[in-house]
Design a protein around this ligand. Structure first.
Ligand code: HEM
Length: 144
């Protein structure tokens, strides 16, 4: 019996996700604004979590043992502008790894489905979140 291939299989499975995420986080960590959010966090650990998370969401037989996205990001002030910037870095990493354009669109669509769990619409609403003992992280655009 044949079944429809998952996006995970279509892009080439775990080795492809690992290559894409290494390239993607190389760009993120080197970025003057986005990179500041990741200071003090192991790049290798984040790449692994992103591969597990996206592998699972793309239909792969993969376990994601990380935190819920809302909880993992709630102390960071993440605006739509930052999410779009991050998406552009992801799009170029996918293109450089020669993923087919139609599959790039599917990959980015899955990624964008999680934005609403992470995004803050205003500094006032972000400041109203009860972070208990966590320190809020608000990083202005250094180019602004
Ligand atoms: C501009 C937007 C974003 C920024 C600045 C950002 C930043 C970060 C940082 C700093 C961490 C490490 C948190 C920690 O270890 O305490 C993290 C973890 C993570 N992020 Fe993001 N993120 C963004 C968007 C996204 C999106 C859109 C997704 C998924 C589609 C995502 C998936 C994850 C995952 C899976 C983890 C690992 C959580 C864990 O270790 O349990 N992030 N992110």
């Amino acid at each position: 019996m044949s079944s429809k291939q998952s996006l995970f299989e279509l892009v080439g499975g775990r080795p492809t996700l690992e290559r894409v995420h290494t390239r993607f986080y190389d760009k993120v960590y080197a970025h003057p604004w986005l990179g500041q959010f990741f200071q003090g966090h192991s790049q290798q650990a984040i790449e692994l979590r992103q591969t597990q998370f996206m592998g699972w969401k793309m239909g792969g037989d993969i376990i994601y043992p990380g935190m819920e996205l809302e909880l993992a990001h709630r102390r960071m002030y993440i605006t739509p502008e930052l999410l779009k910037l991050r998406q552009e870095l992801l799009r170029s990493a996918l293109a450089e790894e020669e993923i087919e354009p139609a599959l790039i669109d599917r990959w980015l669509k899955i990624d964008a489905a999680f934005w609403r769990q992470i995004q803050n619409d205003s500094l006032a609403s972000f400041r109203a979140i009860d972070l208990k003992y966590e320190q809020p992280l608000v990083i202005p655009d250094p180019a602004a």
